[in-house]
Ligand binder design. Structure first.
Ligand SMILES: *[C@@H]1O[C@H](CO)[C@@H](O)[C@H](O)[C@H]1NC(C)=O
Ligand SMILES: *[C@@H]1O[C@H](CO)[C@@H](O)[C@H](O)[C@H]1NC(C)=O
Ligand SMILES: [Zn+2]
Length: 494
């Protein structure tokens, strides 16, 4: 082909392409009321996975999810993942995992979209301004439990596929879905489901997409890392029963004093982790990373006022973001067995269990952290010469996840953001844990991208959760554009 021929065919291609996108975007705009209605129906299902009394609603939600995908013409399955053991020994059925497939063209890449349609608990008396299960629009924001986490993002992906179908446009890639109903309580049963289907459902998947997080500011963002978490119980057992402090105080070595002393050795007031070996394991901050953090739009004053504090651990943006995303930290969550009711009680608790966690980042290893924490607490406890007994257990050991931002998946993400929002995305990490990302990475060996559409102020897990109509609708367009961009990646470049 001569130069002119090449040029004209390129022009033709880009014209065709632009034409397709604007038609799809127009379709989305003209169907937004329907999208809001479906979200209303989904939010109305009280699919709270943490409350076993609501389990039938979660089962119903998975049926609703499957039905929506089936209506679109997907090959849909509801996969039984067994039972959940309750602390009292009872068992209860886990919500089925919904899988769906659209297209199986061997010449196309296959993306697999992960999401969840269970939600956190919500009660009006927690301080909701509206009924949490009755989607309510106020000033362009759609308020309701699960609106942003994760019902609207799951629906936005479904609408994206639907737009291609309704306009009779071929999907640029094969699209699979994995939607679960236990995410908010730790994705019970999902790891083994992924492992069991590694060589079947997941065998032809090239890329995994997760949209279960939010932007950092009003700018679109791509997320390339999450922290893991090691959660510990430290139990100190003393006398065989609770004692009266007036009668026995001064004669016994109190478990509570032991545990408070030990907890105080975990982290310094300036945020330095004192457990030996932990800080040394952390991957150093590179110049490139520093520069990236510098470029991110982030308002410290807004952050302070949002959480209601006058002072943060760090006063500059880079340090603050780095400690939010890419350094470990210790949080002390509670002491089981301690007296915590209102009023006074002169008790010496016989047994107390402290609960704390350490967020994990590259290159920490949960198994190593477990040993470091255990050794450190036991040696500190030995120095106290207490007759009580200490037992340290790690009850969660979730690894961190980090993507390579040079991966073509992220280039495709940037191109899609550019097309829809005409801007560059912020490249961000999440301070929290999305354990399933690491599982997908380890089990399938595929690359993963996180493309959030939720706003920075959506109030996930909190009162008055919302997603803005803007984020929901433009987010749907972003997913449409992403399906196109990801199809441009040559399979052999990955
Ligand atoms: C895939 O591509 C090959 C080579 O271009 C072609 O021969 C084959 O028919 C294609 N298969 C499908 C299902 O389109
Ligand atoms: C939801 O709220 C609207 C507006 O307040 C009200 O008209 C409607 O009856 C409510 N629906 C349900 C199911 O409570
Ligand atoms: Zn979520």
């Amino acid at each position: 082909m001569n130069y002119l021929g090449l040029l004209s065919s390129l022009l033709f291609l880009s014209n065709l392409d632009a034409f397709h996108y604007s038609k799809l975007a127009q379709y989305v705009d003209s169907h937004q009321e329907e999208y809001v209605e479906v979200l209303r129906e989904w939010v109305a299902v009280e699919s709270d996975s943490s409350n076993i009394l609501k389990r039938s609603h979660v089962h119903h939600m998975m049926d609703v999810t499957a039905q929506k995908l089936r209506q679109l013409g997907g090959t849909v399955q509801l996969i039984n993942i067994g039972n959940q053991e309750l602390p009292d020994g009872q068992t209860i059925t886990l919500p089925k995992v919904v899988t769906a497939q659209f297209g199986n063209d061997v010449n196309k890449s296959t993306v697999c979209i992960y999401g969840h349609t269970d939600v956190q608990p919500a009660k009006p008396e927690d301080g909701w301004a509206t009924d949490p299960y009755n989607l309510t629009e106020v000033d362009g924001n759609l308020y309701g439990r699960g609106a942003s986490d994760n019902k609207a993002p799951v629906l936005a992906w479904i609408h994206a596929v639907e737009a291609y179908k309704m306009l009779d446009m071929e999907l640029p890639v094969n699209v699979k879905f994995v939607i679960e109903g236990m995410e908010e309580t730790g994705s019970n049963g999902l790891d083994s489901m992924i492992l069991a289907h590694r060589d079947t459902f997941f065998s032809d998947v090239d890329y995994i997409i997760i949209s279960d997080c939010g932007w950092l500011s009003r700018k679109p963002a791509l997320t390339y890392g999450t922290r893991g978490n090691c959660y510990f119980f430290a139990e100190v057992q003393g006398p065989k029963q609770d004692l009266h402090s007036g009668v026995y105080g001064g004669t016994v070595i109190e478990p509570m004093t032991d545990i408070v002393g030990l907890l105080d050795t975990l982290i310094s007031p300036s945020g330095k982790i004192l457990v030996p070996g932990i800080r040394e394991a952390v991957a150093p901050l590179t110049d490139d990373e520093w520069k990236m953090y510098q470029d991110i739009e982030f308002d410290l004053d807004h952050y302070k006022s949002k959480i209601g504090v006058d002072q943060l651990m760090y006063s500059n943006k880079v340090d603050l973001l780095a400690h939010r995303w890419r350094y470990p930290t210790v949080s002390i969550h509670g002491i089981e067995g301690a007296f915590s009711d209102p009023g006074t009680k002169t008790v010496i608790p016989a047994k107390v269990t402290a609960k704390f966690s350490i967020r994990q980042v590259p290159n920490m290893e949960p198994a190593t952290v477990e040993k470091q924490v255990r050794d450190y607490l036991h040696s500190g406890f030995a120095k106290r010469k207490s007759p009580n007994t200490l037992k340290v257990t790690m009850v969660i050991g979730a690894k961190p996840w980090l993507a390579d931002i040079q991966d073509p998946l992220y280039e495709a993400g940037k191109a899609a953001v550019k097309r829809v929002f005409n801007s560059e995305p912020d490249m961000i990490r999440e301070g929290g844990t999305i354990p399933i990302a690491k599982t997908f990475q380890d089990v399938t060996g595929k690359s993963i991208i996180m493309i959030p559409i939720g706003g920075f102020d959506d109030g996930l897990h909190s009162q008055n959760e919302k997603i803005s109509r803007y984020n929901y609708i433009e987010g749907t367009k972003l997913f449409i554009a992403y399906l196109h961009e990801v199809a441009q990646i040559k399979k052999d470049t990955v």
